[in-house]
Design a protein around this ligand. Structure first.
Ligand code: PLP
Length: 511
């Protein structure tokens, strides 16, 4: 029986190292850098990957919106920890086979679920450059930070904010709304909240409408203020906050000895795209000395369209504004943004001194204020670059045109619904969201038919709306955010809903 060597490869290398030491009498330092030995081959593979992704984007509309991940694909993501290396080309093949075909579909023109941006090829290329640079935007003196400051200045201009305003990129509006709430809390409690916590603060009460996004109550929970201290003010028939009810609630809370500190308006509610009366809210906030925050995650970028801008009157008066470049701005995920009327409020909330982050007058550690003084993160990615590329490459006018085009698609859909006897509009169409349902004339009402239709549409793969509740009733919800969606997709949606609605409605027996 021959002797089988069972020495692991790593030991072989060591042996070779020892051998070389003995023979050549020199130290061999093991190579541990992750850079390739052969840049030519990674360059070739990189070009293949780039071309492949551009092909994918170019041919999006010929594929399905969404496909249920295959068993093979799911199994591929239950693999053991990879101890040994795998060739890049082979990992890329895995990506092509198990990940790429099974995305959520938000790049596809037929995607109209939830409220998601479509991304662009330009954004993708910028992400690649940002990753190559591997910049950390927590602080220090380098041009990537200047790019983020450039975006802050542009955002100030877009929303008519004063030079004192500052802001920063965050993951998304959920985080931006939370950070805004912490800033409002600091304004109300002063510095003591940072040392002694909320327990030493008076009982703070915040106000928003019943249509507010779920991240607002969650922000109250995370800030230690509790949802019991968030007043969900009723909304009117247009799904906008009722100012009279807000007024009365504040008066009741003041009479009870509580401390109203913040009012949160929504510019484009997640359910139906309603825009609160921002001027009215600004007035009440200034009368009562409240921090006025606007959740503009979905809608605020509408201000760049001349047609839509009047809908947002009053937004320029808010104390802080959360919005998402990754929704209507089409910047690839993630790119949330918080704009704050006075940067000193941010510093009061977040700036701290740590020896290892000390600042110098000149050099790499220069700069008086770093983004880590303005928000909760220290290490931060270069979200500003893909945003800078998007704004510069397309220009505001093209982005504005795609924003108003998605509102026109919503109007087209509303008109089709009005013309179809079996379709019903569930909420007024204020912006880019349409909530509607199927109910065949004369047939018995089925409260679950819309859920069935949405699920079956997803499986069919041509269009993907989502489901919500409007006044307690299940509604099909089409949110037009993706710049690739066209009239043809609206037609596919209506035809699909009508066909599936009929198929799900029991036919009356003919006698
Ligand atoms: C999408 C959305 C949010 C949450 O934003 P993320 O970027 O997903 O965190 C908050 N509010 C409204 C109105 C939204 O539409």
């Amino acid at each position: 029986m021959s002797y089988e060597r069972r020495v692991p490869i790593a030991a072989d290398c060591r042996e070779i190292g020892f051998l070389a030491n003995e023979v050549l009498g020199m130290e061999l330092s093991p190579r541990t850098s992750l850079d390739p030995d052969d840049w030519t081959s990674i360059r070739r593979q990189g070009h293949i990957m780039l071309d492949d992704m551009l092909d994918h984007l170019e041919n999006l509309s010929s594929g399905r919106v969404w496909s249920c991940p295959s068993e093979t694909a799911r199994a591929a993501m239950c693999a053991p920890l990879p101890l040994a290396p795998t060739d890049l080309a082979s990992v890329h093949t895995d990506f092509r086979e198990t990940i790429l075909p099974f995305g959520s579909g938000n790049t596809h023109p037929g995607f109209m679920g939830w409220a998601q941006g479509g991304g662009t090829a330009v954004g993708m290329l910028a992400e690649m450059l940002a990753a190559g640079l591997n910049a950390n935007l927590g602080g220090r003196d380098h041009m990537p930070l200047a790019v983020e400051r450039q975006i802050v200045a542009w955002v100030r201009d877009m929303f008519g904010f004063p030079p004192s305003a500052d802001g920063l990129f965050l993951t998304g509006a959920s985080q931006a709304n939370f950070v805004a709430l912490l800033i409002a809390r600091s304004r109300a409690c002063g510095d003591t909240v940072r040392t002694r916590g909320v327990a030493e603060c008076s009982q703070l009460v915040a106000y928003t409408s019943t249509e507010a996004h779920g991240c607002i109550p969650r922000a109250m929970e995370m800030a230690g203020l509790g949802t019991a201290n968030l007043r969900m003010i009723p909304s009117d028939e247009r799904h906008c906050i009722r100012l009279d009810a807000l007024h009365n609630q504040i008066a009741r809370d003041l009479a009870a000895g509580l401390v109203p500190f913040m009012v949160i308006g929504t510019a484009g509610t997640v359910n139906s795209g309603a825009i609160d009366d921002l001027k009215g809210l600004a007035e009440i906030a200034s009368e009562r000395g409240l921090h006025f925050h606007v959740d503009g995650a979905l809608g605020a970028l509408g201000v760049i369209s001349d047609e839509l801008a009047p809908l947002f009157a009053g937004i320029e008066q808010c104390d802080s504004l959360a919005f998402d470049f990754h929704k209507w701005g089409q910047v690839p995920y993630d790119a949330g943004f918080l704009l704050v009327r006075d940067g000193s409020w941010q510093r009061q909330t977040f700036a701290s001194e740590a020896a290892y982050l000390s600042r110098a007058k000149t050099g790499l550690a220069g700069g008086e204020w770093w983004p880590s003084d303005l928000g909760p993160d220290l290490s931060r990615g270069f979200r500003a670059l893909k945003t800078w590329f998007t704004l510069k490459t397309y220009g505001l006018s093209a982005l504005a045109a795609s924003i108003s085009a998605s509102c026109k698609l919503a109007q087209e859909l509303a008109e089709r619904i009005a013309a179809e006897p079996d379709l019903h509009l569930f909420a007024p169409v204020a912006l880019n969201i349409v909530c509607f349902g199927y109910h065949q004339r004369g047939a018995a009402a089925d409260p679950t038919v819309n859920a069935k239709i949405v699920e079956q549409l997803h499986a069919a793969g041509a269009v993907a709306p989502s489901l919500t509740l409007i006044n307690g009733q299940q509604a099909i919800r089409a949110a037009f955010v993706n710049h690739r969606t066209t009239t043809e997709d609206v037609r596919r949606l209506v035809d699909g809903v009508l066909a599936l609605g009929a198929a799900n409605t029991p036919q009356r027996k003919a006698f």
